[in-house]
Ligand binder design. Structure first.
Ligand code: GDP
Length: 374
């Protein structure tokens, strides 16, 4: 090969290498990250945000729900109850407004009350009071609504203390045990109670101690997640008392206001129930006082509900009743009957399957709903 040819090849090679190097440098130059200078047009004090290239993609955002406050719940309580219970109030009002209140009419009034689950003794009391007022003041179509309203409120007993004990004492959380048979709406009520507490700006830990019903733990965890409260759970079939213990421990450690514990609702026999709930209460009380024992009763079960109430009354010191499913076919008189039976107030009522369908029980709102003629 001639010297000239070698020279040409070397020169060409140098040119090719130079071109490639230049191209790579050009490409690299294009890959430089953009500068983060604020644009000159940006007014001073304006921050233009730029996500750094290495920033991770944001994960799925859990949107916390904002539960409804008490005022809205009472409005709904009245609407739902007047829809489901209006028959009782309207029936009584019609009878009392008759021109002549003869023995047959008084009997009809008694029957109406007994059919509505009010119970025999409270029915007789109410009729006696109405008869007295009839003799003394006279009742006619104009005065009947007022008289009946007053007497029904007295029957439901506005003097009972219906507040929930949910304030911490001595730096320890209030502990609310929720008891009742399976199917009464216990777990749902614990979830709804958590929402009421969150709406009242209380900090809450839930204890899923109904370890015998497979779905209960999952159900309660979902309720907790939706309002952003912690829940302590245990494996299915584990000792409810140990879950209750751990939940109160978590509540004490985290300094929360309230621990609400869902308990197992197997009504196998009285002795078994007593052992189980007795143990739960004992272990809880090693750490904090139990401030409320709420008994959940399905209002649609009528007399059966009263039988359950008696069993629980003998096993634990019930401090309040949660009456569920008052929106359905339940008869409102059960409120009076169960309070009489246990000597403790109905504190909360369930009026639907919706998350905020639980309201504090208020005698006047209840009676107004019964008498609602709209
Ligand atoms: P538990 O076995 O006692 O824990 O019962 P759950 O909490 O699972 O409730 C049983 C059923 O009753 C569920 O379908 C609930 O949605 C329903 N439930 C609970 N409270 C109410 C209420 O106030 N009204 C109506 N209509 N249904 C309710």
């Amino acid at each position: 090969m001639s010297d000239v040819l070698i020279f040409v090849i070397v020169a060409a090679a140098i040119l090719v290498i130079g071109a490639v190097t230049g191209l790579v440098a050009f490409i690299n130059g294009r890959r430089q990250p953009p500068r983060r200078d604020l644009p000159s047009s940006a007014p001073s004090g304006t921050i233009t945000e730029e996500r750094p290239p290495e920033a991770p993609e944001p994960g799925p955002v859990t949107t916390l729900e904002r539960p409804e406050g008490t005022a809205g719940r009472l409005v709904r309580l009245r609407q739902r109850l007047s829809r489901s219970q209006g028959g009782l109030g309207r029936g009584l009002l019609m009878l009392l407004s008759r021109d002549r209140l003869d023995e047959d009419t008084w009997e009809e009034i008694e029957d109406t009350l007994i059919t509505a689950d009010v119970g025999v003794a409270p029915t007789q009391e109410l009729v006696e009071r109405l008869r007295t007022r009839m003799r003394v003041e006279g009742i006619d179509a104009t005065t009947a609504p007022t008289v009946l309203r007053e007497e029904l409120i007295t029957l439901v007993d506005p003097t009972m203390d219906r507040t929930l004990a949910t304030d911490p004492t001595d730096g320890k959380p209030a502990v609310v045990l929720v008891v009742g048979v399976n199917g009464s709406g216990k777990t749902t009520s614990v979830g709804k109670i958590a929402r009421v507490l969150v709406a009242d700006e209380k900090s809450v830990v839930l204890g899923a101690a109904d370890t015998f019903r497979a779905a209960a733990t999952e159900q309660l965890s979902t309720w907790a997640e939706r309002v952003g409260v912690d829940v302590v759970t245990g494996p299915e079939g584990s000792d409810p008392a140990s879950v209750a213990f751990e939940s109160v421990r978590a509540g004490v450690e985290r300094g929360v206001d309230v621990v609400v514990i869902d308990t197992a609702g197997r009504l196998q026999n009285k002795a078994g129930l007593m052992d189980e709930l007795g143990k739960v209460k004992r272990v809880v009380e090693k750490q904090a006082r139990v401030s409320e024992v709420l008994l959940v009763l399905d209002a649609t079960t009528g007399q059966n509900g009263l039988v359950q109430a008696r069993v629980f009354r003998d096993v634990v010191d019930v401090t309040g009743i949660v009456l569920t499913k008052l929106d359905g076919s339940a008869k409102g008189g059960i409120v009076v009957a169960v309070q009489r039976e246990l000597g403790v107030p109905v504190k909360l009522v369930g009026v639907g399957e919706g998350a905020d369908d639980l309201a504090p029980f208020d005698p006047e709102t209840f009676v107004d709903a019964l008498l609602d003629q709209s």
